[in-house]
Design a protein. Structure first.
Length: 308
């Protein structure tokens, strides 16, 4: 029978001290910024301008006339071919905002021998690369809870500077509960291993005004497979808890069942809110996840562009 023992409080180490070196991003940020540039370059031709109804000059579509609208908006030529009145809508040329949040908490410092990078590094590279590509396509990009949307060509550098300076953000493994405008989109990047009710609460707060969003789960391969045998020591980096297991193999089935249940809960959450979820493993290239998110952002536009 498997045996477990939680080490006494005196043997626990505070999570912040344990992972301070791993989460000190300032020294690594130049390298991550350079890597993100390479990923962004592969996306350069994939994200195109938004197409939404608005006050632009390019024709977009016809739609049925709604009672109370000004008669000057009716397209009489199109309406003459049918027994209904139609309005000629034009493309909205003003970009909306994409809000990005990247988890930089202690759990994101984890990296197994199977991974090519710690989760936090991969998450930041993806955030920087997508910010760069989005601005290059004419979007405005903001950091949820940190900085307002901007369309500057220096967006990747500005995002990197914000993350390097924001030490408070390393203590929260969930995004701030800030409602986002319904015309905006949200990209949340992290491992999302927090209790499901807490994740649900944050996502529902962010999307309470109707904003669409995307969860990008950054996962180390061993976090899904639990490929351990014999005695093992499990450490919870954020709280400093350590759990000694006598027979790790005996835990494998229960662990996978619980992980599957958690993932199903996330799937149900995004389905209910009209969001999407993407799983990215850190033994795979960052460009795969970036391309997937790029495609989802493009598909969320009216007209359903494929983006790549």
């Amino acid at each position: 029978m498997a045996t477990t023992r939680v080490l006494p409080a005196a043997s626990r180490r505070p999570g912040r001290a344990e992972t301070a070196a791993a989460l000190s991003l300032a020294a690594r940020m130049p390298r991550l910024l350079l890597e993100s540039r390479r990923v962004a370059a592969s996306l350069a031709h994939g994200i195109h301008g938004r197409r939404r109804a608005g006050s632009g000059e390019s024709f977009w579509q016809f739609r049925p006339y709604v009672a109370g609208e000004a008669a000057s908006r009716v397209d009489w030529r199109r309406s003459g071919r049918d027994d209904r009145l139609y309005v000629r809508e034009r493309e909205w040329e003003t970009p909306h905002a994409v809000w990005i949040w990247v988890d930089r908490s202690a759990s994101m410092a984890f990296s197994s021998d199977l991974a090519t990078a710690p989760k936090v590094e991969r998450g930041i590279v993806l955030g920087l690369a997508l910010a760069d590509a989005l601005v290059g396509a004419g979007e405005r990009v903001g950091l949820l809870g940190l900085r307002p949307p901007a369309a500057t060509r220096r967006i990747a550098e500005l995002v990197a500077e914000c993350y390097a300076a924001d030490r408070a953000g390393e203590d929260d493994d969930l995004p701030p509960a800030l409602a986002v405008h319904r015309m905006d989109e949200v990209l949340l990047v992290g491992d999302f291993l927090s209790p499901l009710p807490e994740i649900v609460s944050r996502v529902e707060a962010i999307s309470s005004r109707g904003a669409r969003g995307h969860l990008l789960l950054v996962v180390d391969p061993v976090e899904e497979t639990f490929p351990f045998d014999g005695q093992a020591m499990l450490e919870e980096g954020e709280a400093g808890l350590r759990l000694r297991i006598g027979d790790a193999r005996a835990w494998r089935g229960a662990y996978r069942i619980r992980m599957d249940a958690h993932r199903r809960g996330l799937d149900e959450l995004v389905r209910r809110r009209g969001w999407t979820v993407t799983v990215h493993h850190t033994d795979r290239p960052a460009s795969e996840a970036a391309l997937r998110i790029q495609t989802l952002l493009a598909a969320s536009r009216p007209g359903g562009g494929t983006g790549g």
